[in-house]
Ligand binder design. Sequence first.
Ligand SMILES: C[S@@+](CC[C@H](N)C(=O)[O-])C[C@H]1O[C@@H](n2cnc3c(N)ncnc32)[C@H](O)[C@@H]1O
Length: 390
Amino acid sequence: MSGTIQGFSKELTLTVKCFFGFEETLIEELNELGYPKVSKLNRAVQLKGTWKDVYFLNLHLRCAISILVEITTFRIKSEDDLYNQARKINWSNFFDVKKTFAVRGAIFSDLFTSTHYPNLLLKDAVVDHFREAAGTRPDVELKRPQVMLDLYVNNYEATISVNTSGNPLFQRGYRSTAGDAPINEVVAASLIRLSGWDRKTTFIDPFCGSGTFLIEAALLASGIPSNIERQHYAFKNFKNFDAELWDETYDSATRIVRSLPCEILGSDISDEMVLKSRRNLRTFSFGRFIKISPKPFNEVKTPEGRVFILSNPPYDVRMDAEVETLYQEIGSWLKHEIKDGKACIISSSIEGLKSIGLKPSSKVKVYNGNLDCSFRSYDLFEGKRKENIT
Ligand SMILES: C[S@@+](CC[C@H](N)C(=O)[O-])C[C@H]1O[C@@H](n2cnc3c(N)ncnc32)[C@H](O)[C@@H]1O
C-alpha cells in the first residue's frame, strides 16, 4: 500500500483551477504573488509548492476557483485498473473515517462508457480501504463534503488529487446578500485584473447591484485577500492540517486598512440593491470609504480627473427590446460624461453591447456562471471622442 504518496511529500504538484479564458490572468496573479514558474493548462495553471503554499494561495488568490494537490498519477488500461490502483492508496493517511467525502471527476477517455462510473470506482476503492483498515467506512456527502477528491482521466492516464479548497473559492464569505443577477466573485476579480485597472484611478460601478465589483476592487487596492472572510477550507479536514501554520498564514495577511489608495464609487437605480451593497461592504474596514448612491446611471456625475468604469448592466431577457435602448443610453452617457477614462462592460447581450455605439479597444469572450458573455473595453478621451464613435 502506498503511504508516502506525493500528496504528503515535500514538493507537491498544485493545480489551480480558474474560469474559461482566465488562465493568463491567473498566471499574472501567481507571478505577482511570487510564483514565476507555472505552466498553463486548460482552465487551470500548474505549479510546484508546499503545504505552506497551499494555505497561502487558498487565502490570497483572487482569480482561482480551487486548488488541487496531486496524490498520484498512473496509467490505466481498463476500468479495473482504476479501482485497483486507487485501492493501493493509504487513504487513512489523508483523512479520518469520520469525515464525509465525495468524488468529482473530469473524464476524457473511451475506457469508460459512463463519465460517472469512474467516480464510483474511486469512491468504492476509498470505502473498501477504510472497511479493511478501520472496520468502518466514511459517509459520502455530495453537497458539502468535508473531503473532496478529484479524479481526472485523460485517455489512459488517471490523476487523483485532493481538492484543498472544498467549496469553490468564489464563496468568499462576505456576500450575505445578493441581487437577481450577481456577478460571480472570482469572475469579478478576474475581470478587474484583466481590465488593467491600476488600483489608483477612481473606480466606478454605476450598476453596482450587491457591490461585488466595488468590494473586489477595494480588496485588491488595499491588499486584503479576497478570502479573508472565508472560514471553510477543505484542508482543515485533512489529517495533516497544521493549525499553527494556517494561523501564521492568516495572521500575516492585511486585514484592516485605515484608508483606500483611491476613490471607489457605486450606484444603482434600486434602493434595495444599494442597501444590500452597503450591508455587504460593512463587513470590511474600508466599507465606510466607499460611497454608494441610489440613482440611475445617467444621473451619475463623475469626479474630475481620470476615471475607470467597470460594470455589468442588466442583460435580462425580461427586458428584450428595452435592452438596446438602455445600452444606447449607456453609450451616450459615457460619451458625454467621461472626459478622460476607460469603461469596461461585461454583458451577455451582444445586441446591447453593439448599441453602445463606441468602438471597443478590446473584446474578450468570458462566462459569468453559465452565461456566455463579452467583456469590452472603451478608451474615452474628450479629444478622441469623434474617432471612437462607430
Ligand atoms: C446585472 S445586475 C449587477 C449585479 C452586480 N454586478 C452584482 O454583483 O450584484 C444589474 C444592476 O443594474 C441595476 N439597474 C437597472 N437599471 C438601472 C439603471 N437605469 N441605472 C442604474 N442601475 C440600474 C439593477 O438594479 C441591478 O442591480
